[in-house]
Design a protein around this ligand. Structure first.
Ligand SMILES: NCc1[nH]cc(CCC(=O)O)c1CC(=O)O
Length: 309
């Protein structure tokens, strides 16, 4: 048993939803291709069990917490999260060992009769549980009615198929992972519908006291440009003190290397705000964008932001 490590199957904890299974299966395949043995372990989370609205359950972390508990209890070795559902606060004892290459981060519309967003008639009812999507829809099409909905991708598309809603807005990445891109009737451009911080990206988490596994996961899965982008986007959320259910959108894209261009949308005050900045330190970029927006949001609290333009 000395020299080469005995083959040990990595226990990959996953929620049972179709999206989670697909994401976990993709990561498992990548790890197997890199020579690892992987076993999928199903874990139930409150986010899957409850039908209450995300805002009611408390939002942040409902999908992640059961997987994190299983990691800490050493029932699993790694977990795959949708990065946009992962709270920004560091989790003691755990580490995001790898951020794989992100999918197309845009949102799509799934509408009846193949309609685009622009083609929906005035008064059409569009379902989304996301305050971020609702705020941007209100800007794009103030004549539409937005209805708060919950449920997995299948459930939400089902409301359209059943005629209960005219359309729903979903992440393109989710449809791609479910091989259901054909259901999208419109892909929303980034300047119309900015995605959630981390949208389209995954986080592969493990215990921080397992250096061999951390290295193995990074070697097989890490995509540094995606890590830099999501670090910047999540730094915005963290600095705003906001979570995954906040009306905050952020997307970092490559600019002149090694710089990133960070676009942020916030609907936290009476008027939605947008801000674009460029820089090469991802976290610093996110923090400065958040500071700038906070100074515009709360002109009374001028403490350290008196020069905001
Ligand atoms: N909030 C639910 C959620 N979390 C992750 C995805 C899939 C897309 C992604 O990973 O960003 C979705 C579905 C959606 O927003 O349509």
């Amino acid at each position: 048993m000395t020299g080469t490590a005995a083959p040990r199957a990595l226990r990959l904890g996953t929620r049972a939803s179709a999206l989670a299974t697909s994401q976990s299966g993709w990561v498992a395949d990548r790890l197997r291709a890199a020579g690892h043995e992987v076993e999928l372990v199903h874990v139930r989370t409150e986010g899957d069990v409850s039908r209450a609205s995300l805002t009611e359950i408390g939002g942040t972390g409902v999908f992640a917490s059961a997987l994190r508990d299983a990691l800490r209890r050493n029932e699993i070795d790694l977990a795959v999260h949708s990065l946009k559902d992962l709270p920004t606060a560091p989790e003691p004892g755990l580490v995001v060992a790898a951020v794989p290459e992100r999918e197309d981060p845009r949102d799509v519309v799934v509408a009846r009769d193949g309609l685009t967003l622009a083609d929906l008639p005035a008064g059409a009812v569009v379902g989304t549980g996301s305050p971020r999507r609702a705020a941007q829809l209100a800007e794009l099409r103030p004549d539409l009615t937005v209805r708060d909905i919950r449920g997995n991708v299948d459930t939400r598309i089902g409301y359209v198929r059943a005629g209960q809603l005219d359309a729903v807005v979903l992440a393109r990445a989710g449809l791609a992972r479910l091989a259901r891109l054909d259901d999208a009737t419109d892909v929303l451009p980034l300047d119309a519908m900015l995605p959630a911080p981390g949208q389209g990206a995954l986080a592969v988490e493990c215990r921080d006291d397992d250096p061999a596994l951390r290295t193995a996961l990074a070697d097989a899965l890490e995509h540094p440009p995606t890590r830099a982008a999501v670090d910047a986007e999540r730094a915005v959320l963290a600095a705003l003190g906001a979570g995954c259910t906040a009306p905050v959108a952020a997307l970092a894209e490559p600019a002149d290397p090694p710089a990133l261009s960070l676009t942020v949308f916030v609907a936290l005050g009476p008027v939605p705000l947008r801000h674009v900045t460029t820089g090469s330190d991802p976290v610093g970029l996110g923090h400065s964008a958040a500071e700038h927006l906070l100074s515009r949001l709360d002109p009374v609290d001028t403490g350290s932001h008196t020069t905001g333009a």
